[in-house]
Write a protein that binds this ligand. Structure first.
Ligand SMILES: Cc1cc2nc3c(=O)[nH]c(=O)nc-3n(C[C@H](O)[C@H](O)[C@H](O)COP(=O)(O)OP(=O)(O)OC[C@H]3O[C@@H](n4cnc5c(N)ncnc54)[C@H](O)[C@@H]3O)c2cc1C
Length: 442
């Protein structure tokens, strides 16, 4: 039996990845904030990020960084958004250091590495678990805030809307019982769409719910067929999330090898180009994978630079320092999303979107590696500033909602078909290549 109940708060943040948390941290303590997540706090793509976070090295790096981001994005990026992200990047790193994020250092200096598509070493990292280091430190900051409450295993299933003004969200708990959170402002920070694919590096519960809900409310979406396939996930014949072999591994000099153990492409090209090269090679070899080899690199460097990847591969039966590992492309990142301006505002009043579920236009057609954590943080902070300035002073309005309409529904199936049908409508080729075969759908 479900008890119909509702609550109210100034700001509702849906999603507790890096974007949601950083937005909450940047809101004034005078606002009440209610955060919800569909799963546990730790189960977000933000926790999984391995390689690092890109940031402009110094003023001379601006032009190269701008060009690298645009080249990777096939020049379809929003130049304004890229400019905003790059200029704000040094401040974001200072913010993270203030939250005690422990980036690797070379002596006193922050150590910076390269990844495919970057012409300069500008990526900050913490071993190969940068996302966990950043997100857990931000979460520690969040836990100290008295104005913020967080509910786990709580799923947003709809927006409460009146004449294109957002007034709250409908949620369901673990038992499927619906209720309403009324709010002055809603921030969607629900991440990507990996859970819609059988072969993805992301968590299965991250299924693009916000996109389906936005589409149902006629909120503007952008480029939702721009979906990045990561070239190198550890191949396994078993179903489930694929373990990512970070781009940084190729950045450190790993080789891609075909079945005859020969190199077949330049490993440091942007990821869509490397993905195509791998797919072509798999077809030629008639295999479901190619190999990635680090055996020519110093074993101690491999173990110390990639301890997490090293340990995981060992668990799967491969010693990275002694043998090549099988790798295959897998869905990894979502460049499109809910269309937003540079302050995270969507086409619905009082509704914001940040992080992977939003589309600022920063990535264009293809994301440059390590730009997504940065984008999430830059635009989460900007959205928080805008909310602080514009949140209405008037009391929270409680709109009546018929909760019986949310009982007993299969939201997974409903929302999956809304998102996948829209992707198919916009890009049949992509759909047929990566989704069309039932085998790809989780
Ligand atoms: C394996 C892997 C490695 C990566 N490595 C890097 C890297 O090295 N550098 C980099 O810059 N980027 C990397 N990325 C990408 C980057 O991690 C993400 O783009 C970024 O963290 C997205 O943050 P987010 O806060 O938008 O979403 P997420 O961190 O995915 O958080 C989404 C949140 O929304 C919640 N949610 C979803 N739907 C609902 C709903 N209906 N109701 C309630 N809650 C909901 C989820 O539970 C979760 O809390 C990587 C991604 C993966 C998967």
């Amino acid at each position: 039996m479900c008890d119909d109940h509702s609550s109210k708060t100034d700001v509702i943040i849906v999603g507790t990845g890096a974007a949601g948390i950083f937005c909450a941290l940047n809101l004034p303590d005078t606002l009440s904030v209610h955060m919800i997540t569909k799963d546990t706090l730790e189960n977000s793509a933000s926790y999984l990020a391995q390689g690092g976070i890109a940031a402009m090295k110094d003023a001379e790096d601006y032009d190269d960084y701008f060009e690298d981001t645009l080249r990777a994005g096939h020049y379809e990026n929003s130049r304004k958004a890229v400019d905003t992200m790059i200029r704000q990047s040094p401040m974001i790193i200072q913010d993270l250091l203030a939250y005690h994020v422990n980036f690797d250092r070379a002596g006193e200096e922050l150590s910076r590495t390269k990844e495919g598509g970057h012409s300069q070493s500008r990526i900050l990292h913490h071993d190969d678990i940068t996302g966990k280091e950043i997100t857990s430190k931000l979460l520690s900051g969040l836990r100290k805030k008295k104005n913020i409450i967080i509910d786990e295993y709580t799923r947003m299933v709809d927006l409460v809307e009146e004449n294109n003004v957002c007034r709250g969200v409908v949620i369901v708990d673990r038992e499927g019982c619906p209720s309403v959170i009324h709010g002055k402002v809603v921030v969607l920070a629900t991440g990507g769409i990996g859970g819609l694919f059988k072969h993805s590096t992301a968590f299965a519960h991250i299924t693009g719910d916000a996109l389906a809900i936005a589409s149902n409310h006629h909120i503007q979406l952008k480029d939702i067929n721009y979906i990045q396939i990561h070239p190198t996930a550890l191949y396994s014949p078993k179903p489930g999330r694929r373990f990512l072999i970070s781009e940084a591994v190729r950045g450190e000099g790993a080789y891609l090898l075909n079945a005859a153990m020969e190199r077949f492409t330049d490993e440091l090209q942007p990821r869509d180009i490397v993905t195509t090269a791998i797919r072509d090679q798999m077809k030629k070899d008639a295999k479901e994978y190619v190999y990635l080899s680090l055996t020519h690199l110093d074993p101690d460097t491999v173990r110390t630079r990639f301890p997490n990847i090293y340990k995981h591969c060992l668990k799967e039966g491969y010693d990275l320092t002694k043998e090549p590992i099988p790798v295959t492309p897998a869905q990894h990142y979502f460049m499109g999303g809910i269309e937003v301006d540079l302050k995270g505002r969507t086409s619905m009043k009082n509704l914001y979107a940040i992080g992977e579920t939003s589309c600022t236009g920063v990535h264009g057609k293809n994301r440059l590696g390590s730009n997504s954590l940065l984008e999430s943080l830059v635009f989460a902070e900007r959205a928080a500033m805008e909310i602080a300035q514009s949140i209405p002073y008037t009391p929270i309005e409680e709109m009546p909602v018929d909760l019986s309409a949310y009982k007993g529904r299969d939201f997974d199936a409903e929302y999956r078909s809304v998102v996948l049908d829209e992707i198919k409508r916009r890009d049949r080729d992509f759909y047929e290549q990566w989704i069309g075969n039932d085998d790809h759908i989780g």
